[in-house]
Ligand binder design. Structure first.
Ligand code: NAD
Length: 296
């Protein structure tokens, strides 16, 4: 039976570290500021944004939401980003996805100042990641949070075969880059990967990260016994239950360690967003932070 990786508990430890960091910043008169731009009235996005605001307040981050209607123009959103880029009280900016189709996500990503790009989507930041640079630049929070979780669980990655399913800029691609930087041999699969090839590759995977939005894509029988399984998927079923992309009941019998949904990757994403916000605030004000994620 697999060890259940308790993302909620690890996120709590990470938030405690972040809270000590904000105290240190406040001693130097700095309150980290996070701006969230929300366009449209997608109920799931509204819940995410509310959760982010609440979590931010608890660790001493000042989160402000800028809400726009579904028919907001790209110019309006760009003007808001320009204002936030110049706002000295704002250290981190994110645009909640998805955005309505009249707004080009790429244009938005490139408009955010790289030093305030808390999601790490700006090509300057994602380029650094894909160049394998280490150092102080923002990295997409979901994959970064997963790396923290793997580190916390002392899961060895060097020389291991990691399979990532999904190639979005939000999860799959940066996950691929991070696992590679941790010296895993990484295979990236996507919707055009034939099922036979997927099964063949999964049979040798020591670490599996699934971020597809397809419920039950991975069953226990697909896994190598003892594999570490990170389920990023968040799918709302017609009966309103929330499930991942991995069939938890069959997978936990084969895996060595597995994240549940909910209570796995989700809480880590929010805690990591706050961690990145505080780091950007420290950089912005040229302050050295003492405690990093390595201390959780
Ligand atoms: P996306 O829709 O942008 O990308 C999905 C990816 O899955 C695509 O690259 C696609 O090629 C791939 N895919 C689809 N079918 C596949 C298959 N059969 N085999 C292999 N790959 C396949 O989605 P996203 O934004 O990356 O999110 C993925 C899932 O993760 C969603 O359920 C989302 O809700 C969830 N998510 C959770 C968190 C969290 O914090 N827990 C954060 C981000 C996303």
């Amino acid at each position: 039976m697999a060890k259940i990786i308790d993302g909620k508990a690890i996120a709590k430890k990470l938030r405690a570290v972040v809270a000590t960091q904000t105290v240190a910043l406040k001693e130097q008169a700095v309150t980290p500021g996070l701006a969230v731009i929300l366009v449209g009235d997608d109920p799931a996005s509204e819940i995410y944004v509310r959760n982010k605001e609440r979590a931010a307040a608890k660790v001493g981050v000042n989160a402000k939401t800028f809400k726009y209607p579904n028919d907001a123009t790209e110019e309006e959103i760009l003007a808001q980003i320009v204002a936030l880029n110049q706002d000295e009280t704002i250290d981190a900016i994110l645009v909640q996805s998805p955005v309505p189709s009249q707004i080009n996500e790429q244009t938005i990503q490139e408009a955010i100042l790289p030093a305030k790009d808390v999601d790490g989507f700006h090509p300057e930041n994602s380029g650094r990641l894909f160049a394998g640079q280490t150092g102080n630049y923002p990295i997409a929070n979901t994959p970064r949070g997963i790396m923290t979780m793997l580190h916390h669980e002392e899961i060895d990655l060097a020389g291991k075969h990691a399979v990532v399913l999904g190639r979005s800029i939000l999860v799959g691609r940066p996950m691929f880059a991070l696992l590679q930087m941790a010296n895993a041999s990484v295979t990236l699969l996507h919707r055009y990967t034939p099922a036979d090839l997927r099964r063949q590759l999964l049979a040798t995977a020591d670490v599996v990260v699934v971020a597809t939005g397809v419920p039950d894509l991975i069953m226990g029988a697909d896994l190598k016994p003892g594999a570490t399984v990170i389920d990023v998927g968040m799918n709302r079923l017609p009966n309103n239950t929330l499930v991942g992309d991995v069939n938890f009941d069959t997978a936990k019998k084969v895996a060595g360690a597995i994240t549940p949904v909910p209570g796995g990757v989700g809480p880590m994403t929010i805690a990591t967003l706050l961690e990145t916000t505080v780091e950007l605030a420290a950089q912005h004000h040229h302050i050295e932070l003492e405690h990093g994620w390595q201390n959780i």
